[in-house]
Design a protein around this ligand. Structure first.
Ligand SMILES: NC(=O)c1ccc[n+]([C@@H]2O[C@H](COP(=O)([O-])OP(=O)(O)OC[C@H]3O[C@@H](n4cnc5c(N)ncnc54)[C@H](O)[C@@H]3O)[C@@H](O)[C@H]2O)c1
Length: 327
């Protein structure tokens, strides 16, 4: 029998491959199109919960047309930042769809950070007003950073960013990092969630699951705005979620599962579409300038394996990473 080697890619290995946000948006959009067309195998993600209000999810997916098969094993421990650790950590295993052999094992935190923001941007491309100028960000952590990078790719008229966080030091480092990267944007700290949300054309909340009380009031969600809550509906009061004229999610079955396990305390709002159905043209995106639109995407394994496949190919081309004997 041939010996099997596995390619190990650390987070620095992955970052050195230089995959841009624009490329990741393209890869994720192709994967969402496959989902919209029903050409994916992706069972609902099971999880374990080693501590209260934490999870580690197993997320397998197979995209036949992209030749991408794999499994992400990803943990979310909201109190980790207080220990000086990332909230979200994990690994992605990529398999050969022909033989089933594991080809690679790689860091999944960077992929998660980037692909989640790409999903927001794809949502914005279809559901935000194309002339959106003002972005409000609540939560200046990992997703607060990558969501700005992704949204700047798809919103050419974006001019102003308002950012808030319960930790002032997070805002300070956010400004230091993001202002030099985006000279076309005015990036301003604001002192409250209300100021970040009110008057914003696009609103991203990127805080934490299991918030004990919502942060965003219905009265602040203006006609014409697009909202992308990343912590399911925890940060938005039920009346605000209900205000959405078009409510979109990534995967209806998965979102219903979350609704049955504590999300959407007043029931899931009527679903306009899964994002992939909008991407592949089966359902419309925004149709009027005054619509309120909301995309709550809980994250799908197919996004990870689409990006993982590209990273694996790039690493092979360039001889990057570490080859480890498996058998
Ligand atoms: N849907 C998905 O696919 C997906 C993927 C990754 C992360 N997420 C979710 O996105 C959220 C953010 O993740 P992250 O990796 O950026 O976390 P992070 O810890 O890097 O950042 C979260 C930030 O929110 C701030 N925050 C927390 N509570 C707040 C509050 N009440 N008011 C203001 N700021 C507050 C924290 O201080 C922190 O700076 C989490 O809920 C995570 O579960 C979703």
């Amino acid at each position: 029998m041939s010996r099997i080697e596995i390619l190990y890619l650390s987070q620095p290995d992955i970052i050195a491959l230089g995959l841009s946000m624009a490329e990741i948006i393209g890869l994720v959009e192709a994967a969402l199109r496959e989902h919209g067309e029903g050409r994916v195998e992706m069972p609902p993600k099971p999880g374990i919960h080693p501590r209260p209000e934490t999870f580690i999810h197993a997320m397998p997916a197979y995209l036949p047309r992209l030749g991408a098969a794999g499994l992400k094993w990803i943990g979310c421990f909201p109190e980790n930042p207080q220990r000086g650790l990332e909230q979200t950590t994990g690994v992605l295993v990529m398999n050969d769809p022909e033989t089933g052999i594991p080809l690679a094992i790689m860091d999944a935190a960077w992929i998660t950070a980037m692909r989640t923001a790409a999903v927001t941007a794809i949502g914005a491309r279809h559901l935000a007003r194309p002339d959106s100028r003002v972005l409000g960000i609540v939560g200046a952590g990992v997703q607060g950073h990558t969501n700005l990078v992704a949204l700047a790719e798809v919103l050419p008229e974006l001019r102003q960013v308002k950012v808030t966080d319960r930790r002032p030091e997070a805002v300070t480092s956010y400004l230091a990092e993001m202002r030099p990267r985006f000279s076309r944007l005015t990036i301003e700290p604001v002192g409250s969630v209300e100021e970040a949300v009110k008057g914003s054309d696009v609103i991203v909340t990127a805080t934490m699951f299991y918030l004990t009380s919502p942060l965003v009031r219905a009265a602040w969600f203006a006609p014409g705005a697009f909202a992308a809550p990343l912590e399911a509906d925890y940060a938005w009061e039920p009346a605000a979620v209900k205000l959405a004229d078009k409510f979109v999610t990534d995967d209806a079955e998965q979102t219903r599962y979350f609704a049955a396990h504590g999300c959407f305390p007043e029931g899931m709002p009527p679903l306009h579409a899964q994002l992939g159905e909008v991407v592949c043209g089966k359902k419309p995106g925004r149709e009027r300038a005054d619509e309120r639109t909301m995309s709550i995407c809980l994250g799908m394994a197919l996004e990870d394996v689409a990006v993982g496949r590209r990273l694996y190919d790039l690493a092979r081309e360039r001889g990057a990473g570490t080859r480890l004997p498996l058998t």
